[in-house]
Design a protein around this ligand. Sequence first.
Ligand code: TMP
Length: 210
Amino acid sequence: MKGKFITVEGIEGVGKSTNIEFIHQQLLAAGKDVVVTREPGGTPLGEAIRGLLLDPAYTGMDSTCELQLMFAARAQHLAQVIWPALDRGQWVLCDRFTDATYAYQGGGRGIDTGIIARLEDLVQGDFRPDMTLLLDVPVEVGLSRAGKRGELDRFEQEQVEFFERGRQAYLDMAQTYHGRYRIIDASRPLTEVQSQLQSLISLFMHDYTG
Ligand code: TMP
């Protein structure tokens, strides 16, 4: 594949939207043709699945049902958006990807990571992100930011412990996959976070495109 696949991860309230917009602008300024997308979602079918996943009406959804809906949306997203864009040489900047499944359905819900890995292989083969930017904040900070946004979705209604397990799963993945992971302390002022993002992105572009 000619393009590069960059994912942005983190628990609720880490500032993903603002920082994704910043990263997008950095890539555009460097002359990249960029597709910005998100999970769950990114296609009409995936967005419909997202509606089901986030709707508080489905509180109590079986965790393996949730897991399979995540991968169902992802399969469509890969086939319809991500792989065609990368093949065309575009860069894809994705708000969450499979690491969110390891964090939330694995860490948060306690689903065995071996089961997640089997679905990952089924849906993606050996396709993985080229770089994953983990925006990290303590859970209390993230939840208090997210709580100010109004009505809570089905995930935002979870207890602190759920997000603690999710955050830990992300930090563990950052150790295991240190080659592609970059951890950003997103509890610092936005200007500092963005200057770190800026250097990480230019380093990445230098390493991969010379
Ligand atoms: P968002 O609010 O960042 O758009 O993400 C929607 C929610 O979906 C968020 O609470 C995290 C959750 N999620 C999972 O539980 N597993 C996944 O694989 C993905 C992509 C998201």
